[in-house]
Design a protein. Structure first.
Length: 282
């Protein structure tokens, strides 16, 4: 008498294990692989800056208005923590971490220019409408990262500095030039430890979320693939962003009015250079 098939042989295959984002991680990986990563030369970030500068002056009103609002936000941070530099240092670092989500209006304007459409204040304001839920989710992740670093930075400086750090001079004396020469190095190392994965997760994720109906995790995976494929150009891009932002802050925040739109438009061109649907290769 033939044996009947065992009960487990007809059992359907197990469902993919869902990720904490509410959908299977395997699906996000598959979705990410639908985008190719273009090869670029390592000096290509300079080209992104040139393209971003052109976009800035093709739509100066929405660009500079957004830059002014972000510069005012930076000024408010200074006003709230001007006599508590131990908090201010971490707050500005956190500001850099959440900057990709704040640049959505710049991405939308560059996208409109690319499509030969007018880039207006309305274009910038409508930037988040089609992808509001996904961008809010990603923005919350960046905000949590920024808040976590701000708390770690404040705890490290107040807990281990030789004196009270209430001003930039105090920071220089008690942290940068501390006799126990490990505090500033530790502060930098911890900041880099957090900033590197945040940068890798967001460098093209936000413009990708605005441009195409992809999931948050797929956008993050794509961003990581971009960084792993081009570590040298993307490291150069991260350095340019950091240096230009610090220069903008050093001008009493006034430089940020131009620097932040410039970098925002350039970041859109970085995304366009680096990511394309696989169908476009055929």
């Amino acid at each position: 008498m033939p044996r009947s098939p065992s009960s487990h042989s007809s059992r359907p295959p197990p469902e993919p294990r869902p990720s904490r984002f509410g959908f299977p991680t395997e699906d996000a990986l598959r979705e990410s692989r639908s985008f190719g990563v273009r090869p670029i030369p390592w000096l290509r970030p300079l080209g992104w800056l040139a393209s971003g500068w052109r976009d800035l002056w093709r739509c100066p009103v929405p660009s500079l208005l957004q830059g002014l609002l972000l510069a005012l936000a930076g000024a408010l941070i200074v006003g709230a923590a001007h006599d508590r530099f131990w908090l201010l240092a971490g707050a500005f670092s956190a500001f850099l971490l959440v900057a990709p989500i704040l640049a959505g209006g710049f991405y939308a304007c560059s996208r409109a220019l690319e499509l030969h459409r007018p880039a207006t204040i309305g274009t910038a304001l409508r930037a988040w409408q089609p992808t509001r839920g996904r961008l809010v989710a990603f923005g919350l992740l960046l905000a949590i990262s920024g808040g976590g670093w701000m708390l770690c930075s404040a705890a490290l400086i107040t807990g281990f500095a030789a004196g009270t750090v209430d001003s930039p001079e105090d920071f220089l004396r008690h942290v940068v030039l501390a006799e126990r020469g490990w505090l500033f190095e530790t502060w930098l190392a911890l900041g880099a430890l957090l900033a590197a994965p945040v940068f890798a997760s967001s460098v093209v994720a936000v413009p990708l979320l605005m441009d195409r109906p992809v999931s948050v995790l797929a956008a993050v995976f794509t961003s990581w693939r971009v960084v792993m494929t081009h570590p040298a150009p993307l490291a150069m891009w991260a350095l340019l962003i950091l240096v230009m932002t610090l220069l903008g802050m050093a001008t009493a925040m006034l430089g940020l009015i131009v620097v932040l739109p410039w970098l925002g438009h350039a970041s859109w061109h970085a995304y366009r250079d680096l990511v394309r649907p696989m169908a476009a290769e055929r």
